[in-house]
Design a protein around this ligand. Sequence first.
Ligand code: SAH
Length: 382
Amino acid sequence: MPSSTHNSLLGLTLQELTNLVLESNQPAYRAQQLFDALYRQRTEDLDQISTLPREYRTRLGEQGWGVGMPKITQKFESRDGTVRYLVEMVDGETVETVWMPEGDDGESGDGSEAGDEIESGTAAATWRRATICVSSQVGCAVNCRFCLTALLGVKRNLEAGEIVGQVAAVLREQGVEPPTQRVNLVFMGMGEPFLNYENFMKAVRLLVEGVGIPESRMTVSTAGIVPRIHDFGRESVRPKLAISLNGSNDELRSAVMPLNRKWNLRDLMKAAREFPLRTRERLTFEYVLLAGVNDAPDQAREVAELVRGVRAKINLIALNPGPELPYRTPEQERVFEFQRILVASGIPAFIRRPRGRDIFAACGQLKRTVEVGPAEQGEPRG
Ligand code: SAH
């Protein structure tokens, strides 16, 4: 285990907290008090956990424990309301977490959200909904050719507490309290969640049990780590699954996602077909459209063929460009045509609207903060 967060309480389960308090001969109910303070109240400082006796707080501090809440060190606000946060971990490493009010990137119209009915009456009138895009690793080891995070390489995995901590820090900053206020999570920030599987799954459970965000409002996206897709299907508590497809045949997919040489479309689609979906649940395939590479009508038909028989929808994303990327964004009409072909083949297809492009917060663009100074970043670009 990396030493960076060895003394962070954030990330410990109720059972782990119980062991901790019992070691200090404290009553077991102190664990629940800690758990609530960490996840429900999202307290930043041990000293503020007033339910614990002062002596015990001091004792924990002396033992080297702290909350371990990540710090928001920079933020960039887009004209569309999207806010991109640079979040710093205890060891100084940073990742990005994106707040998207009203936002599920264009998925709102598809009516598949299981949680929709829960809204009636209560706080929904004043609060609509927001989506937080969460990172799972510092950098990424998967070498997708169209993604800016890939250019960073992978620095390290995030601990469970650092994944939960991004959500906690952003909720604090925004003054938002789930479940009263509706928050969706997408694990689509920096990194490949399924290459940090155990920490990611532990974070999910803490977000459900501690923070109170239902699993039905969470989606994880994988580049296609096939063995982990099988594992994920066996989890009793799990988000919805999205798979980044991005190519309509092996040759094409291997060119844009070299990991396809390890887990090809046959393996990937087999895993997708076997994936145990819950009632009313659908898989999502994400498809980044690259002009002149994978956006032709024939390729749309190939995608339709691939996906046939899977209870799935397809989210189309026109490439969010970056200066270092060897691809261009297709024309709008091309994107619409691709969508029309899929829909005509009976496959629900949606176009994801880019969020926060002016602040480089859009999918695959998250690396920019690290490289470009804040002044330059904060300026809307025309
Ligand atoms: N590693 C995971 C999650 C992070 S990427 C995965 O690969 O799915 C989240 C989504 O953003 C993926 O669907 C990915 O294909 C897409 N993406 C990456 N770079 C992009 C870019 N430059 N433009 C548009 N979408 C991009």
